[in-house]
Ligand binder design. Structure first.
Ligand SMILES: [Zn+2]
Length: 229
């Protein structure tokens, strides 16, 4: 009997953990549902001058539009950079206010983090629906709950560039090109949440190479607002 109780409580604990880390409701967008050669480049943790500006120059050179997930307290520091991202036709989304491990916070804090950044995004000129991505992709139960109540999707990714662990452009480029496929959502970083002054030159160089290689392979680049999900 005792072993049955242990087994049942073990299973219940596992089920609870599963529901917490993989909430079975709400929309979690990992990739674009297509077999066409399209890919969405996404950049997290900005605005982060001068790197965001340098990245914008690279994107403009290739005439590629991307999606930027901005951190609220960085928008407060660099509103002019956020405005330039928007002015150049990129989509801008919400990446929380202070980049905490959002999924471990209570829903009231999650809501506050998202709302504050939505307001900042409106102030710098974002119109229409605002896409959201949780810091470190922590779409855990409290985040999924708040998003579902607001009928809002979470934009995840299927290609991790690992550019938060390296700024070697060769490694970033190879990692992305090895994994990318039709409909991929690629996550790169024009800023670094834990260090506002971190050098992002590797990501910028890699982005230049990635776009060149993917264009050669016939890929087109989209913002998340260009596709349905
Ligand atoms: Zn982030």
């Amino acid at each position: 009997m005792k072993s049955i109780i242990t087994a049942v409580s073990g299973l219940a604990a596992a089920a609870l953990l599963w529901v917490f880390f993989k909430p079975p409701f709400g929309k979690n967008i990992v990739r674009i549902n297509t077999d066409q050669r399209i890919v969405a480049l996404t950049f997290d943790d900005g605005p982060s001058p001068p790197y965001t500006e340098r990245l914008l120059d690279v994107l403009a050179k290739h005439d590629v539009k991307a999606t930027f997930f901005l951190i609220g307290n960085r928008i407060e520091k660099h509103p002019e950079t956020a405005r330039r991202v928007i002015a150049e036709g990129h989509q801008v989304g919400n990446h929380s206010y202070s980049h905490p491990l959002l999924g471990f916070l209570p829903p009231t804090s999650v809501k506050r983090e998202i709302k504050r950044t939505d307001e900042l995004l409106r102030q710098v000129g974002v119109k229409g629906a605002i896409v959201f991505r949780a810091p470190v992709l922590t779409r855990f139960l409290p985040v999924a709950w708040v998003l579902a109540k607001g009928d809002r999707a979470h934009i995840s990714c299927d290609v991790w560039s690992w550019d938060w662990t390296t700024q070697n452009p060769d490694r970033i480029t190879k990692t992305v090109l090895r994994k990318v496929k039709p409909g991929s959502i690629v996550v790169l970083h024009d800023g670094k949440a834990e260090n506002a002054h971190a050098d992002r030159s590797g990501t910028i160089e890699a982005t230049d190479r990635i776009i060149t290689a993917l264009k050669r392979d016939g890929y087109q680049f989209v913002r998340m607002s260009d596709v349905s999900y």
